[in-house]
Ligand binder design. Structure first.
Ligand code: SAM
Length: 277
């Protein structure tokens, strides 16, 4: 048995350090170590990889990650109470766990963790989407992202064209990564239970994404999905000569955003870039 497995149960850690969950910090803790072990293993082979964990909380997933072959875990936590509560785990990890106190939205994770690196986290739901967009911008820096989202966000990430769930997040995620929903967890798996189910999703960087600038992709998807019920010839007026952009991208003016696949948006982004240069 490792020193990590000898640590007290997470419920005891929560009681001892008075870690009552704070809603503003998106705190829904996982206390079942079988479950956190399963999430850590879902990340795949982590041999030699530095894992970045956002929001270790009382450390359940962190314990799971330390029980893999990962070279080290760098955990970023905003709540000082949790930072105090993790002291025993840091000691038991014998140099493989580094805890950084701060806001993950501000963190320079590449500077904190040497390559090869992967991110594994049960994300605070209130900042999950901005964190993901930030990582997608530079996804080639990561081997994989294995992340817990609210089910509704996970559905949007993986949605295919043709439905209401298909939107900006679907296009930008699938443009940069292969998006794989892995498994769902019921609300009761968390303490306190959130309102809805959660889903673990893995994102693996695409080796050769359709060429386009990230900012241009953001602009065209915002315009098209911002008025998703309108045809492209109307919704794209806000960003330039809509008819000309659509023609250059090889799209049809009467199509609506939700019908356009990722490659179509990348073509539109390139046409938009060209129109600005
Ligand atoms: N990993 C733990 C688990 O699975 O039980 C806790 C997950 S809980 C959903 C989210 C964690 O992220 C909390 O510990 C919370 O304090 C932390 N957190 C919230 N906002 C954060 C931020 N901006 N930067 C870093 N950590 C944050």
């Amino acid at each position: 048995m490792s020193r990590i497995d000898e640590l007290p149960p997470l419920r005891d850690v929560i009681a001892r350090f008075d870690l009552g969950a704070k809603k503003a910090l998106g705190q829904n803790f996982l206390l079942d170590l079988n479950l956190t072990g399963r999430i850590a293993r879902a990340a795949g082979d982590l041999t030699g990889v530095t894992v970045i964990e956002i929001g270790p909380g009382p450390g359940g997933l962190t314990r799971g990650l330390l029980n893999t072959n990962a070279a080290a875990v760098v955990a970023i936590e905003r709540d000082p109470r949790c930072v105090t509560a993790l002291a025993d785990l840091i000691e038991a990890a014998e140099g493989r766990l580094r805890l950084v106190e701060g806001d993950a939205l501000e963190a320079d994770v590449e500077a904190l963790a040497p390559a090869p690196r992967a991110i594994v986290a049960n994300l605070p739901y209130n900042v999950a989407t901005p964190l993901l967009i930030g990582w997608l911008r530079r996804i080639d820096q990561f081997r994989s992202l294995t992340l817990m989202f609210q089910r509704e966000v996970a559905d949007r990430l993986a949605a295919k064209p043709g439905g209401k769930t298909y939107g900006r997040l679907s296009v930008i995620s699938q443009w940069r990564a292969d998006v794989r929903p892995l498994f769902n967890l019921p609300a009761r798996a968390f303490t306190p239970p959130p309102k809805i189910e959660s889903t673990v999703v893995q994102l693996i960087p695409r080796q050769s994404p359709e060429p386009a600038e990230f900012a241009a992709m953001e602009t065209v998807t915002a315009a098209a999905f911002g008025q998703r019920r309108k045809m492209l010839r109307a919704s794209l007026k806000s960003i330039g000569d809509a008819e000309s952009l659509i023609e250059q991208a090889g799209l049809i003016p009467t199509q609506r955003a939700e019908e356009i696949p990722v490659a179509g948006f990348a073509a539109l982004a390139r046409a938009y870039q060209a129109s600005r240069s």
